[in-house]
Write a new protein. Structure first.
Length: 126
């Protein structure tokens, strides 16, 4: 499965909360853990950001990832859902629309995030 990851540009530039340089996202894809457990074979074809606030490039980036690099699934990185939440985009609503329009799965989550003693994963388990 060819996957692409879209992360929050603000979080990436300010120091990814999943360890610096988005280490946790790359580690999860290499280990097929977190949201990538669902795939038998997984290949990262792109890692990009939403394009920065106010997120106007999110939709075009999803389309580009599908068309230009052949992504078969788009993952929205965990940092996108952390507090403070994005005040500009309703990811659930926008992703639903894009999945119908582009016929590509958009998965919420990348790695498992440990907060204190609580394990948090925004990805759906299959």
């Amino acid at each position: 499965m060819k996957v692409a990851i879209i992360a929050c540009e603000k979080m990436v530039l300010s120091g990814c909360p999943g360890k610096e340089a988005c280490v946790s996202c790359f580690k999860a894809i290499n280990e097929k853990s977190g949201a990538f457990e669902r795939y038998k074979d997984v290949e990262l074809v792109a890692f990009t950001t939403c394009g920065g606030c106010p997120g106007k490039r999110f939709t075009s980036r999803v389309k580009l990832l599908k068309d230009a690099v052949g992504a078969e699934a788009i993952h929205i990185a965990n940092c996108t859902f952390l507090e403070p939440k994005c005040p500009y985009l309703n990811f659930e609503e926008l992703s639903k629309k894009l999945m119908e329009e582009l016929e590509i799965p958009i998965v919420f989550g990348t790695h498992k995030l440990i907060k204190g003693l609580e394990l948090v994963c925004t990805c759906d388990k299959k």
